[in-house]
Write a protein that binds this ligand. Structure first.
Ligand code: SF4
Length: 448
């Protein structure tokens, strides 16, 4: 394993400190401006729909999630549909849709109605939905199948019963054997069945990881995403209490083992997403992160958008979200304008996470200035052997995959910390002056 990465000391503390600081700058909205109008992009973009309800709250999770209540969820889904119609009326065109959470399938009937609305509004190319293993039931799967779902992503995290107990997922979502049986039964119902796994828990032994990898391979699902455990200020203590303190240095060893065990049956489609190697001319699986999408709009409480070089956040308060939608506004309350250099860095980070950055993309979006403005980052990554310059694109090397796995986990840790800050603001949000809102179909350009 050290052959492909040459050891990890070159990728340690000082470099990580710089990364943390840089990512925190991009994700922090403390210099936010009033949410100036989102301009509907000239090209179709991605729609992200956030459903924050979960039947049980996992201690390691930093997402915007609240305990499920049927009455609250019913109202929330109604507001979501209103917000979706708002974007339709304002000229937005969405081609790819990702429904995440939370647990989007907590209310199959409401979810089905929402997906039907989306399909009626736009000619959708790909539709992805997240779920939990206990929802791999015929009634839920039927709703998703009739909505024309392309990709179902199941949050498994591990098949190890001791780890599932430590994560507080054993009771609500089932033991490893039950989860594997449900996945086996769901296989083949959608073009892509993805399994989300986490690695490098403090209590995760090498043997436990090997068992997880063996089960994933035996299940032969279309896609598997292996994320490193990511924290935030608010989850650091619960993770330490329930799961212990992980050794970041071990992530390097475990990541190498994941690559070794999954290939050649699976090919990386991003630094931590692996899709079953295509055996024929058919389409490849849809990736976890749409790294080829420039812009996206998030609807629902706690969703982010990236359009026209601006990052937007919707309110994290469910009450405030309801009030805003009822008043005919979107859920957006904060906006941050990224500098040109920040936009270049963001594209570099996200596109390279998807393994390559085509020169044609750089030329069309930034022209020649990309090369001199990004020269230090490109030189540093080339120097450590993380990237190579192919005739058509910048590509990640084997070593680069590890670098990007670490950098993306740092980026998402910064996003998680930002979510903590936005949750803290809920108490005062109602007293803040209302931010300006979207305006109809102004054309513009501009990414999580
Ligand atoms: S990990 Fe998934 S099920 Fe657990 S609290 Fe987070 S969103 Fe909910």
């Amino acid at each position: 394993m050290t052959q492909w990465c040459g050891g990890a000391p070159w990728f340690k503390a000082p470099f990580m400190r710089i990364l943390r600081r840089e990512f925190a700058i991009v994700t922090r909205f403390d210099d936010s401006v009033p949410a100036a109008p989102i301009a509907a992009p000239s090209a179709p973009c991605q729609l992200y729909v956030h459903v924050p309800f979960c039947e049980s709250l996992c201690p390691f999770c930093s997402f915007q999630r609240v305990r499920y209540r049927e009455d609250k969820a019913r109202v929330y889904f109604e507001m979501l549909r209103r917000e979706i119609r708002l974007y339709r009326d304002r000229g937005f065109i969405f081609a790819d849709v990702y429904v995440g959470g939370g647990t989007p399938t907590v209310s199959p009937r409401e979810l089905g109605e929402t997906l039907r609305l989306i399909r009626a509004c736009w000619p959708i190319r790909t539709l992805s939905v997240e779920t939990n293993p206990n929802h791999l039931r015929p009634d839920v799967l039927d709703v998703l199948q009739s909505a024309g779902l392309d990709r179902l992503s199941v949050g498994v995290q591990s098949f190890d019963d001791a780890l599932l107990r430590a994560m507080k997922r054993y009771e609500p979502y089932g033991c490893g054997t039950q989860i594997a049986a449900r996945l086996a039964a769901a296989r083949g119902r959608f073009p892509t069945l993805n399994v989300d796994m986490i690695f490098n828990f403090a209590q995760q032994s090498r043997e436990s990881l090997e068992r997880d990898l063996a089960i994933v391979r035996d299940l032969d699902v279309d896609q598997v995403s292996f994320y490193p455990l990511m924290t935030s200020a608010s989850t650091a203590r619960p993770i330490e209490k329930n799961l212990g303190i992980a050794d970041p240095g071990r992530a390097f060893e475990y990541y190498g083992r994941i690559l070794e065990r999954l290939r050649p049956a699976y090919e990386p489609s991003s630094a931590w997403c692996f899709s079953r190697a295509a055996s024929g001319p058919g389409p490849r699986s849809i990736d976890e992160y749409v790294t080829q999408q420039d812009e996206y709009v998030g609807v629902g409480s706690g969703a982010f958008s990236y359009v026209g070089g601006r990052m937007y956040s919707t309110t994290f308060s469910l009450n405030r979200y309801r009030e805003r939608i009822a008043a005919g506004e979107s859920g957006i309350t904060d906006c941050k304008v990224l500098t040109l250099k920040q936009r270049m860095r963001y594209d570099f980070l996200v596109r390279m996470f998807g393994l390559s950055l085509p020169y044609a993309f750089i030329a069309a979006k930034y022209g020649r200035s990309f090369w001199w403005r990004m020269a230090p980052e490109l030189a540093a990554m080339r120097l450590i052997g993380a990237i190579r310059f192919d005739p058509d694109a910048i590509r990640l090397t084997e070593r680069g995959m590890y670098c990007w796995m670490v950098m993306m986990s740092e980026f998402f840790t910064a996003v998680n910390t930002f979510r903590d800050e936005l949750r803290l603001r809920i108490r005062t949000e109602g007293r803040r002056p209302a931010a300006a809102d979207l305006v109809p179909a102004v054309r513009g350009a501009g990414a999580t």
